[in-house]
Design a binder for this molecule. Structure first.
Ligand code: SAH
Length: 252
């Protein structure tokens, strides 16, 4: 019987190939087969060998090209052929990436799994926009939440945002109005500063800032598209940011 290969769940970071770990870069460069999702930047896939088999299982909100179970089955099937499978995922594979489910199914099938961490969008976006998620003067807690429609009203975010806290919302562009309403319903002041970082660590990155009550308007006025992160809290509006932003606007 052929010895099964290993399934490597590899984080591709927020987009810029320079933000891959060395281990991720080495695995991509020597891979025979890479199964990747839609968030992985083409510049990263370009590191693969010309003869590598690249399989996209791109998932767009409300348009699943390949159901999760089929992805898990595909990984297991390929590993059983005796080759190592690189499962490349945007950001970190274990942050809102369904990496946990893929690893569980692979382990249940008796396939070895290795996980290579990546820079999650929150960390990549914070660095690119120079937002100190836990600036000592403004925040001592940072939370990551998922803002997609499904289950939004069931999620308990109370206490995650407000004075001394930073809330980072993944997948929240489409549901920005419900998010603003939910947070204000939980008692958050309408004038809490917010920032949206679109395409962090990629070409055409944009950072826009405003206040919680104006979040839906900020999304529509700037035609913000996924992938984007919403950051809520005082750390998004340090005085030096506002001075820097005004200087940029004045120069335009
Ligand atoms: N595992 C990924 C997250 C997958 S969920 C990670 O750790 O980053 C997908 C969401 O991540 C997107 O809807 C968006 O909110 C965020 N995201 C991913 N890449 C991004 C980028 N380059 N800029 C801004 N947000 C990004």
């Amino acid at each position: 019987m052929t010895q099964s290969g290993t399934i490597f769940l590899v984080g591709a970071g927020p987009g810029d190939p320079d933000l891959l770990t060395l281990r991720a870069a080495r695995l991509i460069e020597r891979a025979e087969i890479i199964v990747h999702d839609g968030l992985v930047d083409p510049a990263i896939l370009a590191l693969a060998r010309p003869d590598a088999e690249l399989i996209s299982v791109a998932k767009k909100r409300a348009r699943h090209t390949l159901p999760q179970n089929d992805i898990n089955a595909l990984l297991i099937r390929e590993a059983r052929k005796g080759r190592d499978v690189i499962r490349l995922k945007g950001g970190d594979p274990l942050v809102f990436g369904r990496g946990g489910e893929e690893a569980e199914d692979a382990r249940a099938a008796g396939i070895a799994v290795e996980i290579v961490p990546g820079i999650s969008a929150a960390n990549g976006a914070a660095a690119a926009a120079q937002i100190a998620l836990t600036h000592r003067d403004a925040s001592s807690i940072v939370s990551f939440v998922a803002g997609q429609c499904k289950g939004l009203s069931d999620q308990n975010w109370s206490g995650l945002a407000g004075k001394g806290r930073t809330l980072v919302i993944y997948m929240g562009v489409k549901t920005a109005p419900q998010i603003a309403e939910k947070l204000m319903g939980d008692g958050l002041a309408p004038d809490v500063p917010v920032a949206i970082i679109e395409n962090a660590a990629r070409p055409h990155m944009r950072v826009v800032r405003g206040l919680l009550a104006g979040l839906p308007q900020l999304v529509t006025d700037n035609a913000i598209k996924s992938p984007a992160l919403i950051v809520i809290g005082d750390v998004t509006a340090r005085e030096d940011h506002l001075i820097a932003q005004t200087a940029v606007e004045a120069a335009e």
